[in-house]
Design a protein around this ligand. Sequence first.
Ligand SMILES: [Zn+2]
Length: 191
Amino acid sequence: MSALPEILAHNAAFVASKSYEEFLTSPLPNKRLVIITCMDTRLVELLPKAMGIRNGDVKMIKIAGAVVSHPFGSVMRSILVAVYQLGAEEIAVVGHHGCGMTGLSADAVLDHARRRGISPKTFHTLNHAGVDLRQWLTGFESPEEGVLASVELIRNHPLLPGDVAVHGLVMHPETGRLDVLTIGEAAKLEE
Ligand SMILES: [Zn+2]
């Protein structure tokens, strides 16, 4: 059953009652921060509350495992737009314990896809087109490893300016406690 009818009914009431007024803010992030975090449902409300983040404070990018896997993919593009166009000065990659990307097996995902009707011909075609599905769909050994790999990719990106600090953290998905893995030091630019 689709969740959409209930969402649309709620939306009509929300707008009609002007419930949006408390959320009005500018598109520029007050805290000048970009957060890259996981799409895990437990973090939807918990993460902003546990970090003291309100509407208008940060640019929030949500992806499975908080993994930035491609230097020229849409996540890295979002980060660069936030930095160059929206005034972001800091980046925090926030993974979490108990992440579904921990030990994710490409074989299991592809097996599910097969059972949901994706034909062997499709896998064959993708394989021949040079798409490495097994590498693409593989997760990480631990959330810490995933966060640190993403931090490294962002820090070493050729288009990221040296005055942007990149931090790595891991959140506990029940208590919201943050463990700091690495604090980025922005290189001081010559005056
Ligand atoms: Zn996760």
